[in-house]
Design a protein around this ligand. Structure first.
Ligand code: SAM
Length: 238
């Protein structure tokens, strides 16, 4: 393992109790290659060196798996962009069934290509809006875990994610260093949608600014009024 970025990924993940085998490390290397190759076309990431991709995308995504307890069976990643955090979590737990939701077609074209070259099974790419998915009876109240990184304010995310979760399921939302005000501002929306904020955990990643993970649990079914029509959750947050 000559690449220092790969070593950092392997060592940090192992220290978190998430060991990666050589096949998984090869999948991450290929993911970085594809991201860099497609970046100009699909505007996928601001990170253009491998070290930054490995820390800001791969490790930041994998950190979520430290907080979900026994591995879930189903995960929906809302506003996944180039696949974060959903695809690294799928590489970590190959048995996971993953739905990647993204409204921008160029990004979902990348994702469809990526899951093909990585040979990932049971990953579905949906080009569309989270609000539309949340009103689909086949998707609603279905998932064990919902993730969303850098997509919207927490009270907006709550309306995107909670309808998709089964009762008992978890929303994992990575945030910047100081999420306190955002968390306070989301408590009302969480209650309205059947959720509760369980933990706000500081996350340390090697060599970059600290991050925070918001862990919310769905504790009651979501009122059928939610999510509201596409665009409304962001325009008029609860
Ligand atoms: N989660 C990725 C990451 O952390 O690298 C992408 C973050 S990017 C800043 C936010 C993405 O969310 C964009 O690609 C945008 O198209 C998508 N998005 C925002 N609102 C959405 C919605 N309601 N439904 C689906 N995708 C959405």
């Amino acid at each position: 393992m000559a690449d220092p970025a790969e070593r950092l990924l392997a060592d940090t993940a192992a220290a978190w109790g998430l060991p990666l085998n050589p096949d998984q490390l090869r999948q991450f290397a290929r993911y970085a290659d594809e991201l860099l190759a497609w970046n100009a076309r699909a505007n996928l990431t601001a990170s253009t060196d491998r070290q930054a991709i490995y820390v800001r995308h791969f490790l930041d995504s994998l950190a979520l798996a430290r907080f979900w307890g026994p591995p879930p069976a189903t995960l929906v990643d809302i506003g996944t962009g180039a696949g974060f955090p959903g695809v690294p979590l799928k590489i970590l737990h190959p048995a996971l069934t993953v739905t990647l939701v993204e409204s921008v077609g160029k990004k979902t074209a990348f994702l469809t290509h990526l899951i093909g070259v990585l040979g990932l099974a049971q990953v579905r790419v949906v080009t569309g809006r989270a609000e539309a998915l949340g009103r689909d009876p086949g998707e609603r109240e279905h998932y064990d875990v919902a993730t969303a990184r850098a997509v919207a304010d927490l009270r907006v995310l709550a309306e995107y994610a909670l309808p998709l979760l089964r009762v008992g399921g978890l929303l994992l939302a990575p945030k910047g260093a100081d999420a306190a005000r955002e968390v306070e501002g989301a408590r009302h929306a969480m209650t309205l949608l059947g959720g509760t904020i369980e933990r706000v955990v500081p996350i340390e990643l090697p060599g970059i600014e600290p991050r925070t993970l918001v862990v919310a649990r769905k504790v009651a079914p979501t009122d059928p009024r939610y999510p509201r029509a596409v665009g409304l959750p962001a325009r008029r947050p609860l």
